[in-house]
Unconditional design. Structure first.
Length: 200
């Protein structure tokens, strides 16, 4: 019985990924996102990324693959995941939880930076407020969302919506999307062997 449930979970994850990848609009949007990030890096701008809970972990993962490496030893690329506990608790205490990302965006971003918000529902007030603040500052905004996109749908420069009903399936695809974006940015900015070399 348990193995049936395990298989069902794997099948659901596989179906969610297959359906997302089969949509050419999603592939086009990922391509455009990778190209705009690479373009802004050439202009000496940076990436700022944030999310709540598991999405914060995805944001941190994405940033470290840019500042560290993904498939290639190369120059570090500037990326900030808004995840410092002292900042979050300070701002949450003094200004409210809805301001934790927006205040950091105000502190760190400048016009031309790429600001990415992750929200499986698209309704997180702190993500909405931070992306709005980024737009006010002249940043390029990207949202990775789920279900129907929630309140954030249609509000950013670029968006990717995973049409799944549960946060686990959505976050799994978000992780893959972020990996693909990093790979494409590396390919755009640095020559990569094909097949690529993988590192532990």
């Amino acid at each position: 019985m348990m193995q049936d449930l395990i298989k069902k979970s794997f099948t659901a994850a596989q179906d969610t990924l297959s359906n997302f990848a089969a949509n050419k609009d999603n592939l086009n949007e990922i391509e455009q996102i990778a190209l705009i990030i690479a373009e802004q890096y050439r202009k000496k701008n940076k990436v700022i990324i944030f999310g709540n809970g598991g999405s914060m972990c995805d944001a941190m993962h994405f940033a470290e693959e840019l500042t560290g490496r993904f498939h290639k030893n190369r120059e570090p690329l500037p990326a900030i995941a808004i995840s410092d506990p002292s900042h979050i608790t300070c701002v949450g205490n003094d200004y409210g939880y809805d301001e934790i990302f927006a205040r950091a965006v105000s502190a760190y971003s400048q016009s031309g930076d790429v600001v990415i918000g992750l929200s499986t529902s698209g309704n997180s007030p702190n993500i909405i407020k931070a992306l709005s603040r980024a737009q006010d500052l002249g940043c390029i905004t990207i949202a990775l969302l789920g279900a129907d996109g929630g309140k954030l749908a249609g509000t950013t420069d670029y968006e990717l919506i995973v049409p799944a009903d549960t946060s686990d399936r959505i976050q799994e695809i978000h992780t893959i999307i972020l990996h693909v974006i990093v790979e494409m940015v590396e390919r755009e900015l640095f020559s990569l062997p094909d097949p690529v070399e993988y590192y532990a």
